[in-house]
Design a protein around this ligand. Sequence first.
Ligand code: PLP
Ligand code: ZN
Length: 412
Amino acid sequence: MKNVTHAKCVRCGAEYEAVPGLTTCTCGGMLDIQYDYGYIRTLVSRETLSGCRDYSMWRYRPFLPVEPDSPPTPLRVGWSPLYPAPRLAQVLGLKALYIKDDGQNPTSSLKDRASAMAVVKAREAGADTIACSSTGNAASSLAGNAAAAGLHTYIFVPARAPKGKVAQLMIFGATVITVDGSYEDTFELSKAAIDRWGWYNRNAAINPYLLEGKKTVTLEILEQLGWQVPDYIALSVGDGCTIAGAWKGLKDLYAAGLIDRLPRLISVQAEGCCPLNRAIQTGEPWSPMEENTLADSIAVGVPRNADKALMAIRESQGVAVNVSDGEILAAMRLLGRTCGVFGEPAGVTGTAGVKKALELGLIDPASTVVSVVTGNGLKDVANGIQAAGEPMLVRPDMDCLLSAFAQHSITP
Ligand SMILES: *Cc1c(COP(=O)(O)O)cnc(C)c1O
Ligand SMILES: [Zn+2]
């Protein structure tokens, strides 16, 4: 990897060689992959990218910590659509809005970007088995991307994991271990098993390569915008790996001379579980919170990538905004009705935050905003129905249809 120089601890600054099995620093801090941007500039430009026929995250290999001869992953991860959303922009009173629909990844969430990276690094490490602990999208994306590459997965899930995501795990042939205990217990058991059997570790808070996969979302957004830098990029935040990755991607583009200014981040959390945003808003160090939200993918009371996430939000002069579960459900309906995009609750939380930030006067209505939809709504049908309601039910009879229409004030 001539583009990578080393890995550096974000807490104590210690430096490590960038071997495939990297985990955390001996001080407990997360590592951050460091690049030689002078060398990257010799590999990539706006022109080389516009001639590139690889419509997946691997089109950005000059920016990624993978060996030049490592084969890409089989599933098409990345290059999800960026839709202009003029009707939604008008409803919100915003000059310009784009929706990046990352629910269109192969296992239907942005996590595929990190899991595809895990598969490549596991192969480089010579591993044939990968493990992680997760309640949801990290696990299902790992199981799918590993299955396609012929690798086996061990997934540790807490007993309360949502059905749609568990179904994905079983279909992709993962060995699923349901742990009768809390998420913390589940995480600890997975760690002990990984140590015992030497599996490759896909826990995003431990493995520094995963964030490098996630950063491809902003590399894509900027390329899809023709390198016109938006004013804001809005994301939902749980552990903080996604927003930290988004910021890394933007800084990479800046360092490589592909963009000449940086957007600001909008960090959106649920009111009932917002430890990172609370730290931004109060200026205090973060502290754990209860996990009080229906947006399961961001119900993270003890964020595992807090250092990098807080640094990203602060460096970008970002905006932190919290939304209620009611506002999340409303955003599900609004995105569906104005854009034809169906997101899971955590998937639309970023968009709910854009609306809220406008209402609170935190962002200028004359801004251009990109909102990332991070997961598909079909993963969580129950909350879709809760957001949009049940359809009318009629007997097969025209009079019944007419009275049902009258009852619902429908005038065809
Ligand atoms: C994981 C996830 C997030 C948040 O990512 P973090 O890295 O945990 O902050 C947001 N939305 C969805 C759908 C996710 O699966
Ligand atoms: Zn350290």
